[in-house]
Design a protein around this ligand. Structure first.
Ligand code: HEM
Length: 182
């Protein structure tokens, strides 16, 4: 097995950074929902959720540009047609949801009356879509649930590749693992 990953280090870094931030979003919003009514930290917790969501949107756009411009490794040849469709479908849906969820959140939660300072330092303007706030709120929640379920499918796929198929699909996203096994 070659020790160098066929992914660029930018692609790998963005993959793990976005994954960590998305997991943080789910934990953070659960925490926010558990806060007692009127808790003084509520505003800050939501500000962090919104700011991190905007950050994920920006990182996803960069990740997409890299995905569309750099060469990327092919899927292993042993995969059946349905597996290829499932893998590619999961990835495309991930990209779509990682754009839709933060965009819907931005559109419903940032309004001219209730603005957002990104981590308290950079004013974020309202999107012109905020007329349909209720629908966008629903889109945000339902699409976020989609990310949640997709996450388990994605991890299950990665583990199947590693432990059952014993190919390099997982290790090419974890260069450290590659070095120890190389
Ligand atoms: C990828 C990025 C994001 C993820 C994964 C995410 C995830 C979530 C989740 C899971 C919920 C809870 C939904 C529920 O109650 O069932 C939520 C709620 C919320 N999100 Fe996000 N979010 C993201 C980005 C954003 C952005 C960019 C904003 C605004 C700028 C935002 C604003 C909100 C607000 C205000 C709520 C609370 C809604 C409520 O409690 O009724 N989110 N988000």
């Amino acid at each position: 097995m070659s020790k160098r990953s066929p992914y660029s280090s930018a692609a790998i870094t963005l993959h793990w950074l976005i994954a960590l931030l998305v997991i943080g979003q789910f934990i953070g919003i659960q925490y926010a929902h558990g806060l007692p009514e009127g808790d003084p930290s509520t505003g800050t917790v939501y500000m962090i959720h919104k700011s991190t969501g905007i950050t994920i949107l920006a990182l996803t756009l960069i990740r997409l540009i890299i995905r569309l411009t750099e060469s990327f490794p092919p899927l292993p040849v042993h995969m059946a047609r349905w597996e290829v469709i499932l893998a590619r479908g999961t990835h495309i849906l991930f990209y779509l949801l990682l754009l839709i969820v933060p965009l819907a959140g931005w559109a419903f939660a940032v309004t001219p009356e209730r603005g957002l300072d990104w981590y308290g330092v950079l004013p974020i303007p309202a999107l012109p879509l905020s007329g349909a706030r209720d629908v966008l709120h629903d889109v945000h929640e339902i699409a976020a649930q989609g990310i949640f379920y997709l996450f388990f499918l994605h991890v299950a796929g990665a583990l199947k590749h590693h432990f059952l198929d014993r190919d390099d699909v997982l290790t090419r996203m974890i260069p450290a693992l590659r070095r120890t096994r190389g």
